[in-house]
Design a protein around this ligand. Structure first.
Ligand code: NZQ
Ligand code: ZN
Length: 384
């Protein structure tokens, strides 16, 4: 039997209104805070002002680094690390979606080491060789990636178009404040993209692990059922806080070690195949996943029919075709899409497939179905 180790240093503060705790919690971690934000949402919603004021009221000096984009660039992260060094920062606060949170983790690595951030993602540098110069706090404004409750970070080198993920101890946040009410300002289309991402963080591991992990199967089915039921509610009723609470909880658990309780690790091939699409064409992560999902299920039936049929029965309550049921659900939240609708050029599929293999840390080469340029290209074609 494989050994499972569960260890997390993250203090997770969850609940509607928990954003009020940011100042109090931040004061326990540092004195000179760099708030990292995205394009404009944190300013427009007034969240940046509110958090800055709270930090100052708790005795912290506050600096702001703005401009993290979806599919965050390593070059932007490096600019942020330079600012952190200039201001002698001892606390980094990522206030935004997964892109901001991942970039904040990367910024911590670059600032602590003095190296370009992408060195850690390409495998050139090892963060364990460096002492941390700043604590990390994350405040998600979306329910999607679960970056707030894990040590994963995904950034893109825009010169080479490599989108790579790492999971390292230095990227663990010390504290994450998960306030579902902050997600109420998200456009409904973004809520839907995030919901599909949450679903896939669980579904991919559920389908790809070896059978014989009853408890983790149950945990994963419960999380997926919550997303399948509550995402359509969140999309139809944009002010429904109950729906946002359920999605925020699901988001934090879905991409954490919690889904490995009971054994049966599994992995995320659709994610690895999607990273090439968003790294090459700047497609949003949730859109790329949605385009690939039904075709991935259909093409995986040859090797994984028992797990896919179980998903249909236990999560979608169907004895029929699981991919059809999943596609219907995607349609119900406005996420039925295709690579052609997302503007991905068919002529480049082989290059994208090679990129996916190259950036997958060897995982795709071992996949039961999508393990070569030919098979991954066939998936892109089916999803076009
Ligand atoms: O940039 P701003 O203006 O803040 O707007 C953002 C952005 O345009 C907006 N937004 C976020 N919160 C909002 C809001 N707008 C209004 N109100 C709010 N409350 O939403 C847009 C998308 O944000 P982004 O952070 O890109 O989305 P998401 O959370 O889906 O993050 C995606 C990134 O995370 C990576 C993905 O690859 C992608 O780069 N992932 C990270 C993982 C991890 N660390 O564990 C795992 C995931 O599988 C994923 O790969
Ligand atoms: Zn994801």
């Amino acid at each position: 039997m494989a050994t499972t180790i569960f260890q997390t240093p993250i203090k997770l503060v969850v609940g509607a209104g928990s954003v009020e705790k940011v100042g109090e919690e931040a004061a326990k971690l540092g004195k000179r805070a760099l708030i990292v934000i995205g394009g404009s949402s944190a300013k427009k919603t007034g969240l940046l002002d509110k958090v800055s004021a709270d930090l100052k009221a708790n005795g912290l000096e506050v600096f702001v680094f703005e401009g993290i984009t979806p599919n965050p660039r390593s070059s932007t992260v490096d600019e942020g690390a330079r600012m952190a060094a200039e201001k002698n920062i001892d606390l980094i606060i990522g206030l935004g979606g997964g892109s901001v949170m991942d970039a904040s983790k990367a910024l911590k690595l670059a600032y602590s080491s003095g190296l370009p951030s992408f060195d850690f993602y390409s495998g050139k540098a090892d963060s364990n060789a460096f002492q941390s110069k700043a604590a990390l706090m994350l405040v998600p404004t979306m329910a999607a990636t679960g970056s707030e409750f894990n040590h994963w970070s995904v950034i893109t080198n825009w010169e080479t178009h490599e989108k790579r993920a790492i999971g390292v101890p230095m990227a663990f946040p010390a504290t994450s404040i998960v306030d579902p009410a902050l997600t109420l300002t998200m456009p409904v289309s973004q809520v839907a993209k995030g919901g599909v991402d949450i679903f896939l963080h669980v579904m991919e591991n559920y389908i790809t692990h070896d059978a014989g992990a009853a408890l983790s199967d149950g945990i994963r089915e419960a999380i997926m059922k919550v997303v399948v039921e509550w995402l359509p509610v969140a999309v139809k009723e944009p002010t429904n806080l109950e729906a946002r609470k359920n999605l925020s909880w699901a988001s934090s658990l879905a991409c954490s070690q919690a889904i490995t309780f009971g054994g049966g690790q599994g992995y995320r091939p659709i994610h690895l195949i999607e990273h090439a699409i968003s790294g090459l064409y700047d497609v949003q992560h949730g859109d790329g996943l949605s385009a690939l999902l039904p075709s991935w299920l259909r093409q995986s039936m040859s090797k994984r029919s028992a797990r896919i049929t179980k998903l249909g029965k236990n999560v979608f309550d169907t004895d029929g075709d699981t991919a059809d049921a999943v596609e219907k659900w995607l349609d119900s939240v406005g996420m039925k899409t295709s690579l052609s609708k997302l503007g991905v050029p068919e002529a480049q599929f082989a290059a994208a497939a090679q990129n996916a293999l190259d950036t997958s840390r060897g995982f795709l080469a071992k996949d039961a179905v999508h393990n070569s340029v030919e098979t991954i290209t066939a998936l892109y074609k089916a999803a076009f």
